[in-house]
Ligand binder design. Sequence first.
Ligand code: SF4
Length: 738
Amino acid sequence: MPTAPRICPLCEATCGLVLTLDGSRVTGARGDRDDVFSRGFVCPKGAAFPQIDGDPDRLRTPLVRENGRLREANWDEAFDTIAARLRPLIEGYGPDALGIVLGNPNVHTMAGALYPPLLLRATGTSRLFTASTLDQMPKHVAVGLLFGDPFAIPVPDLDRTDHLLVIGANPLDSNGSLCTAPDFPGRLAALRRRGGTLTVVDPRRTRTARLADRHLAPRPGTDALLLAALVHTLFAEDLADPGPLADRTEGVDQVRDAVREFTPEAVAPACELDPGAIRAVARELAAAPTAAVYGRMGSSTVAHGTLANWLVDVLNVLTGNLDRPGGVLFPRSATAPAPRPAGPGRGFLLGRRHSRVSGHPEVKGEFPLAALAEEIDTPGTDAPGEGRVRALITIAANPVLSAPDGRRLDAALDTLDLMVCVDPYLNETTRHADVLLPPPPPSQSAHFDFALNGFAVRDQARYTPAAVPLEPGRMDECEIHARLVLAASGMHGAPPSAVDDLAIDAALAKAVTQPHSPAYGADPKEFAAGLTGESGAERRLDLMLRLGPYRLTLDELKARPHGIDLGPLKPRLDEVLKTPSGRIELLPAPLAADLPRLRAALTAVPEPGALQLVGRRHLRSNNSWLHNTPALNGGSNRCTLQVHPDDAARLRLADGAPARVRGAGGELTADVEVTDAVRAGVVSLPHGWGHDRPGTRLTVAAARPGVNVNQLLDGSLLDPLSGTAVLNGFPVEVAPLD
Ligand code: SF4
């Protein structure tokens, strides 16, 4: 049987797969042993690639709404409709009448990386909402303020560290996030084999926690308090030692003052942890030859998410582990711009604009996805430029399930003047579309990880062309995006390559003026003429590789189908820092201003018997995307409410029986799973479920729909600095259904 390599697009680990092909059908998938990064690793999701790729529910042609019903249409008709209806709305009401929602799968496609920035620029809208404000925005804000660049995210040097402290992450099930590492389980096992230590902080005894030398299970939402106590202990016991970072860091003494009252004893009642255990973690961290502190969802999607993410890197700095092998390091992606000379930069600004209804500050050009519904359904003045979202473009996004209070958003989407969706499925969100544009299955698209290589634990570059040709009637995903840009910008009818040519021209016009760029002083036209590639997207990839720090080319990547290894991560702090001071700014003003809120949390101890809800990941799941795959929806991947045995006995909840869960945004019914894997006072429901709405085409998911945990939220609980929804650690009431 013929085979083809394909980088797996199903989670952030980016494993290399070898697909087995029968004509244009994918019949098998296994780990690619020759892949320079993943070395043959594959998980159940990757193994299910053929089922995911060949899902009969995938849409094959565009859908256009006519007389209230969606019908199949051809591509020209679909784009004609968009051009005819979208431009008048933008011209009549201003660019902010258009909202754009980007879902998390965009980081797993080339099109999702290359074209949405052009769509934003072409339409001029400032109404951008992405999955980041349901996930990782606290990390962007924290590193933006610390290092001056919201994308300068240091990742743990997994393969060399002596001590890994994991907070609110479960990489054995997620396979890692903001830390691209194929075979995370194997890398953690190797850490243990070489005598290293793993500490896990999580209110659940996850698969990762079970592997740990030490597991702390604090009350959810108190990670920032715990981290502040760890920082306090480093200072109190004279263990803080930034080493060579001391000369490149300002604000160390101010941090010492800022955490003075967060003693282990002071945070212990709120965290419900033993102060001795907190001190022990701080001492082990300081004593380890090298150590890395890594936090993710559980410490981000909480009320103090930005403070927690800031404190993670404060610990990495104070223990001297930032930017050194075995600590946390900044990856160097092959398509990142070549580094500029070291020196002060412009820094990172928050709140340059505010949202229309609740006045949420803009963060990284985005508004909170939790505020999308109110931006649509809150009446405006009808005046041009008043800013009510009247038209929406969603790309690979399902916010009806992924954002708080899906019912309100569901109703709001019905009131839009126009909704355009790029999505392979008719799902809970796209069922509201006026025009639905389905990209082809992943086997029919080329792949390069523009975003995820920037978070990888080893520098490398891999490109896989489409494994099979496009089926008749399908349109290449990059062409769909390019045509959408044209239709939305008033250039409808121009060739899609015009979009890529404009992007190349703009990038080169800048690069030729930058002394640190490989294109400095070149003739832009000549440079562009030298680019290779069979499509606009390939030419843009070739350009980014040539302008990148390794000066690779697309031809070089194509000649090495299992990738090019660029070596372990290397110290490069000077290249990264873009703060106004040119140094690490350890206590930025916006974070200092948020500390009184954390101090107030010291005494915010819940009533006896109160319950808090946390989410959870499953190896066979990824947000809302994969529930329509028979091999992944079932077995232990179930949407159950996990309850500790003590709470179950107290509340008379029986294992397997339905329970009513009530939160500020609504209530739902879920089957109880009694387990001591959650600590007492905590219940857990996974997210991404709730596939029971009419009008979708998700046969497998609808047969086993689960419940939408985000319906328990009303959208009002946010981390104020990042606009990120509080999806973990919020209060709920639970009772037997009858
Ligand atoms: S770990 Fe992630 S990238 Fe690797 S095979 Fe599984 S889903 Fe794919």
